[in-house]
Design a protein around this ligand. Sequence first.
Ligand SMILES: CC(C)(COP(=O)(O)OP(=O)(O)OC[C@H]1O[C@@H](n2cnc3c(N)ncnc32)[C@H](O)[C@@H]1OP(=O)(O)O)[C@@H](O)C(=O)NCCC(=O)NCCS
Length: 168
Amino acid sequence: MNADRDIRKRAAESPPAPPSPMERLGIEIGPVAWGELAAVARLQRRAFRSSLAYRLPTLALLRLWPRARFLVARRGSRILGCAIGDQHDGNSRIVNLAVDPDARRLGIGSTLLAALEAALPTGDLSLMVEADNPGAQALYRGAGYVSTGQSANYYGPGRHGIWMRKRR
Ligand SMILES: CC(C)(COP(=O)(O)OP(=O)(O)OC[C@H]1O[C@@H](n2cnc3c(N)ncnc32)[C@H](O)[C@@H]1OP(=O)(O)O)[C@@H](O)C(=O)NCCC(=O)NCCS
């Protein structure tokens, strides 16, 4: 009994865990709400060229799709990033990752990716990234992904894709 009380006392006295980098920035990561989809569509237009940006109907389908996981990084009511993935044939795929141009290099992209990976626990992870996107490739390499092949003209004429995979 006394030992239990001592443990509880020590736990109560131990200092609180330091805030995470996202907490320090006032950023919360969580599943997207229906009311946030229009803001995610705006973020997509800011983050990608027009042909790659997901529009509202696609985002709504992804929000509805049971095998998809759709996370956002929000500060108050402002959407700063999104990460979308799904589970497919016993493996998991990263389908979309975007951070607002005004909020880059703060760790939001890598934190969103880690949260999405945790929400997709099935099998290995794979993704496609444009060959001419060294920043995203650096982020993925830092998270443990390796290149596994190329897909010529995947993003349009002369715009090649690189497959990347992370084993788990
Ligand atoms: C790629 C993207 C999601 C990165 O988001 P971010 O929040 O800036 O990324 P992070 O701050 O978590 O970066 C983590 C690490 O990735 C690497 N990295 C990220 N962006 C980089 C860039 N533009 N150039 C070089 N390295 C980069 C760095 O190693 C960085 O660590 P550091 O800042 O300590 O050097 C963001 O630039 C983006 O939305 N780009 C447009 C959309 C896109 O290309 N999405 C990926 C499609 S596959």
